[in-house]
Design a protein around this ligand. Structure first.
Ligand code: SF4
Ligand code: SF4
Length: 378
């Protein structure tokens, strides 16, 4: 085993949680990864404290999904602990990073921040921007532009920023690199005196509200619920028998208003929604959280299959494109909520599933989103 020595601050964090834990194992039953490494969280934490070190695979199997916290009678946040363990591994000898796939993530991030795949189209008088996020831009340039057109029709002087928030680097625990990446987005906000950013991605929502405290972060679903869906789509799906299982993404598990907004939009559309037993605050990870698809693919796929099997219909709908893609990776039909509003095939009821696409195709779509943004900027 290739253990990483931990710094005193991290040991303190683990000890604090160890002392507070009553070993009820409620978190353990729900967690997608702890069973692979121990027979209880208390035992796992005890071993870490005793050895003052950790097997790097343990924190890099944690999906940082916070299901543990949602179950814990003592409100213990194991996500925070595992994230600190990740940071210690990241700051240790670089040989410890071998086998975690970090080079793949670095490659993704270098491309994401390059001018080929990112661009800001800022109107001089703008105070609000729309940030579609990487995964939606890689899925459908058409849907991104139609969403932006919709926002332009309701919000004066809104601008379009096609940038990455740096969450993959942050999730890996590389805070130094993350700060340098994130400063690009933060500088866009500061230089243009942006007051509000409207995000389509739950990871962007989480990253920006923590990274840019002076900027208001609003979920696209709250905006659509405020201005309402286009009139012609009200009850568009009411005569369709098909049901859709609604998956709530874990980065925003405590955002009850967003959960409500999404459900109201789907109701207005006439979509028949079936809930997962574990939904909203109790939602489970799609399996792709915190880059575990790269750092521990076996555990990641196992969780995705589990989550997909808990759906009560053959198609999952979500409001995170990464979750949709995670579901598709195990053969589950999937749709993004924006497909119901801006995808012609879905609107015309020809098709109720996204196509599974290659990595190359996704980069091509991302490039196309940047190009379409240039034409459609104001
Ligand atoms: S954050 Fe998720 S994966 Fe990590 S320990 Fe908690 S429940 Fe398990
Ligand atoms: S739910 Fe909380 S108290 Fe119970 S085992 Fe997990 S961390 Fe400990």
């Amino acid at each position: 085993m290739n253990n990483t020595n931990l710094n005193n601050k991290t040991i303190e964090i683990v000890s604090e949680k160890y002392n507070a834990c009553v070993n009820c194992k409620l978190c353990f039953e729900a967690c997608p990864m702890m069973k692979e490494y121990s027979s209880s969280p208390k035992e796992l934490m005890g071993e870490i404290i005793e050895h003052k070190s950790v097997d790097k695979n343990i924190p890099y199997s944690c999906m940082l999904c916070s299901v543990c916290k949602s179950k814990c009678p003592k409100d213990i946040d194991l996500k925070e602990m595992f994230y600190n363990l990740r940071k210690d591994v990241m700051n240790s000898d670089s040989k410890n990073l071998k086998g975690l796939g970090y080079n793949t993530i670095k490659f993704h991030q270098i491309n994401s921040f390059s001018p080929i795949f990112s661009r800001s189209y800022i109107n001089n008088n703008t105070k609000k921007i729309f940030l579609p996020g990487c995964s939606l831009s890689s899925y459908s340039p058409e849907i991104v532009m139609k969403t932006y057109d919709y926002l332009k029709s309701h919000i004066e002087n809104i601008s379009l920023v096609i940038e990455c928030c740096g969450k993959p680097t942050l999730a890996m625990g590389d805070e130094k690199k993350f700060k340098s990446y994130y400063s690009k987005l933060d500088n866009i906000f500061r230089e243009n005196e942006i007051e509000e950013v409207i995000v389509a991605c739950p990871n962007c929502f989480d990253t920006i509200r923590n990274g840019s405290k002076d900027v208001k972060v609003t979920s696209l679903w709250s905006v659509i619920n405020e201005f309402k869906i286009p009139n012609e789509l009200i009850n568009n799906y009411v005569n369709i028998e098909k049901e859709f299982s609604l998956h709530d993404p874990c980065p925003i598990r405590y955002e009850g208003k967003i959960h409500d907004d999404v459900r109201t939009i789907l109701k207005d559309l006439g979509v028949k929604v079936v809930e997962f037993d574990k939904n909203r605050e109790k939602s489970e990870c799609c399996g792709a959280g915190a880059m575990v698809r790269v750092t521990n693919p076996d555990i990641s796929i196992k969780q995705t299959k589990k989550r997909a099997s808990e759906a009560k219909s053959d198609t999952v709908v979500s409001y995170c494109q990464s979750c949709c893609e995670s579901m598709m990776s195990v053969g589950k039909n999937s749709l993004h909520i924006l497909d119901f509003i801006f995808n012609e095939d879905v609107i015309n009821k020809k098709k109720f599933a996204q196509n599974k696409t290659s990595v190359i195709h996704k980069w091509k779509m991302r490039y196309k989103t940047v190009q379409k943004g240039k034409i459609n900027k104001f």
